[in-house]
Write a protein that binds this ligand. Structure first.
Ligand code: AR6
Length: 165
């Protein structure tokens, strides 16, 4: 059974094996967590993402899928990039949000990672309501095949949604 913990902080500063990036299907960067990871991790991460796009992921990473690169100058060993669903009030995309978490953990475990940090995927630019995202994310990591899952929440509202008992 993995230990699940919740911290208020910046995911780029986490000393864990894997940090998960809330990316987009282009894999070529963006704002939010994605922007911070590429900015602080340096050009090596983007270079690896470009190679992925030139190879197996020619048409991009689909929503819910996950793929790894190294972590450049970040303290983590790897970045696992995943694409969360954009919030929809008319279509239930919960399974895709759960799949992001499960597939990221499977990729991490395949690398031999024991400790994995997640941001609050889809709750920023993709507008997923915090309480709902927290419930889905927590359930999706309950059987994580690693020793530690750490949710790294960037502000107090996200922390309170994810860390509530
Ligand atoms: N550490 C931890 N959490 C953070 C950090 C950080 N350094 N920076 C922001 N957050 P978002 P999404 C929080 O928008 O909603 C990008 O452009 C933020 O407060 O990063 O999945 C991608 O390229 C929020 O709670 O991801 C995609 O196009 C959470 O991380 C799109 O945004 C997620 O916000 C993905 O949107």
């Amino acid at each position: 059974m993995a230990t699940i913990e919740y911290v208020l902080g910046d995911i780029t500063e986490q000393h864990v094996d894997v940090i998960v990036n809330a990316a987009n299907s282009s894999l070529l960067g963006g704002g939010g967590v994605d922007g911070a990871i590429h900015r602080k991790g340096g050009p090596e991460i983007l270079a690896e993402c470009r190679k992925l796009r030139a190879g197996h992921y020619g048409s991009g990473l689909k929503t819910g899928q996950a793929v790894a690169t190294t972590a450049g100058r970040l303290p983590a060993r790897w970045v696992v990039h995943t694409v969360g669903p954009v919030w929809s009030a008319t279509e239930d995309r919960s399974e895709l949000l759960a799949a992001c978490h499960r597939n990221s953990l499977a990729v991490a475990a395949g690398l031999g990672a024991k400790t994995v940090a997640f941001p609050a995927i889809s709750t920023g630019i993709y507008r997923w309501p915090l309480e709902s995202a927290a419930e889905i994310a927590r359930a999706a990591v309950a059987d994580a095949p690693v020793d530690l899952v750490r949710f790294v929440l960037f502000d107090r509202a996200a922390y309170e949604a994810y860390a509530r008992p």
